[in-house]
Design a protein around this ligand. Structure first.
Ligand SMILES: N[C@@H](CCC(=O)N[C@@H](CS)C(=O)NCC(=O)O)C(=O)O
Length: 265
């Protein structure tokens, strides 16, 4: 007689990379749902055949392999996990509430895209200013929405952890890097108190602590991305961002003179 396996016993494997905001979301959802998984970090500068085979269209991480089948694209993976592992729900059941939550997921996804764009465009360029403005507006709207849903939180929509917390998660570590690298002056506590409280609370939340890289690791990775894209041609910009970084959690200044060693690590 064949062995009957519960869904959680079917092997789950996550392909991600050292710092992947998209991969982190999937990791948090897996942990919140109590799904055992193995985690493999892929080198995106030298993509392994496995990744190209499993995600031949986009060739990106994260990819989840569940029961021998590969699922790509973080938001699609999150919905898949919800359908296959419904025991710990992260989305609301009611269709209108669910639609609303999907709206905010889409909004946050785009706000992150603007932050990344703000970082990648040249300093002072119109594109950089527009992207920075768009992401600032995004953060203000997110603060407003959180406050409307629940003035005190502690989670995005109140007392219950939800998919909105998962999707906003990268903000917890990305903020200082985006600030330093993206040339964005982020809205302060006075302007977005609920958002700042959320960030503080999430820095103590177990699934976040286990899944998010430290702000220093995020900074170094983004700095390398920026250096590869711009730094070689724009040394003053590179020096500026390297020296203006202030880590969110651990006070460990990065002297500009050490920058080469940092990038070699
Ligand atoms: N839309 C994708 C984006 C994933 C993505 O951009 N992944 C990055 C790593 S964080 C990647 O694999 N980049 C490799 C590349 O662009 O070639 C998702 O939501 O999963």
């Amino acid at each position: 007689m064949s062995e009957i396996r519960t869904v959680a016993q079917i092997p789950t494997r996550l392909l991600t990379t050292k710092v992947s905001f998209f991969g982190c979301r999937v990791e948090i959802a897996l942990r919140e749902k109590g799904i055992p998984f193995s985690r493999d970090e892929v080198d995106l500068n030298c993509k392994p055949k496995l990744l190209l085979d499993l995600n031949p269209i986009y060739k990106k991480v994260p990819v989840v392999i569940h029961d021998g089948k590969a699922i790509a694209e973080s938001l699609i993976i999150l919905e898949y996990l919800e359908e296959v592992f419904p025991e710990v729900p992260l989305y609301p059941k009611e269709p209108f509430e669910r639609a609303n939550v999907r709206f905010w997921i889409d909004y946050m996804y785009k706000a992150f895209h603007s932050m990344h764009a703000a970082m990648m465009y040249r300093k002072g360029s119109l594109e950089r200013i527009a992207a920075a403005d768009h992401s600032m507006e995004g953060l203000r709207k997110i603060d407003e929405t959180m406050t409307t849903l629940s003035a005190d939180g502690p989670f995005f929509s109140g007392m219950e952890f939800s998919i909105l917390d998962v999707v906003l998660a990268p903000l917890v570590t990305a903020l200082t890097s985006i600030d330093a690298l993206g040339g964005i002056t982020l809205p302060g506590f006075d302007e977005c108190p609920r958002l700042h409280k959320w960030i503080g609370f999430m820095q103590t939340h177990p699934s976040f602590l286990a899944s998010l890289p430290s702000s220093d690791v995020v900074f170094k990775t983004l700095l390398r991305t920026l250096y590869d894209a711009l730094g070689r041609q724009d040394k003053p910009l590179f020096r500026h961002v390297a020296s203006s970084h202030k880590p969110l959690t651990k006070p460990a200044a990065i002297p500009v003179s050490n920058i080469v060693q940092i990038l070699r690590r």
